[in-house]
Design a binder for this molecule. Structure first.
Ligand SMILES: [Mg+2]
Length: 170
């Protein structure tokens, strides 16, 4: 794998709820590990919105194991998960792979059948690639008041261009 391939997502969607539940079966994904902040909810939302919760329920009902992985602190992740009840890792330290390895040891689902979904290339996509799982990128839900994130998005653009080229999206 070339260095730049570590930063190009395998799939890209404008938001999680836009992914049809069939997508996972079609792509042989049996375990979906989800980033929380700006992927499933904004930083301000302590709990998932109804549409996201419904989407997670539907995906889970279709036979996909779901887990949460967040670099945020235990209290945030514990509270968010209180209405979901998934396996989770907080303070995951993405793009380092320790959190992913810990989760995958518990799910016992192969890397080939596992996907990590998140909103950041240098955190989530890189972590997925280093762990050897499929990577799904979504657009960050809300970046207001986060100038550093905005700057990172600027650097992500190069890799998104590569993604579009690779998938013939112009
Ligand atoms: Mg995030």
């Amino acid at each position: 794998m070339k260095l730049k391939d570590y930063f190009i997502p395998d799939h890209y969607f404008p938001s999680v709820v836009r992914i049809k539940p069939e997508f996972f079966a079609e792509n042989n994904i049996k375990c979906l590990i989800c980033d929380i902040d700006n992927t499933l909810a904004t930083y301000k939302e302590a709990l998932p919105q109804k549409d996201v919760k419904d989407w997670l329920d539907t995906v889970e009902a279709s036979g996909v194991r779901i887990a949460l992985i967040s670099n945020n602190r235990e209290k945030r992740v514990y509270t968010f998960n209180s209405v979901l009840g998934y396996l989770y890792v907080s303070n995951a330290g993405k793009p380092f792979t320790g959190g992913m390895k810990k989760l995958m040891k518990q799910t016992r689902i192969s890397p080939e059948q596992t996907a990590l979904i998140g909103d950041q290339i240098f955190t989530d996509v890189l972590c997925a690639k280093r762990t050897g799982v499929r990577s799904i990128l979504v657009r960050s839900i809300d970046m207001t008041g986060r100038p550093f994130l905005r700057m990172k998005k600027h650097f992500e653009r190069y890799f998104m261009d590569q993604y579009y080229r690779k998938n013939n999206i112009y």
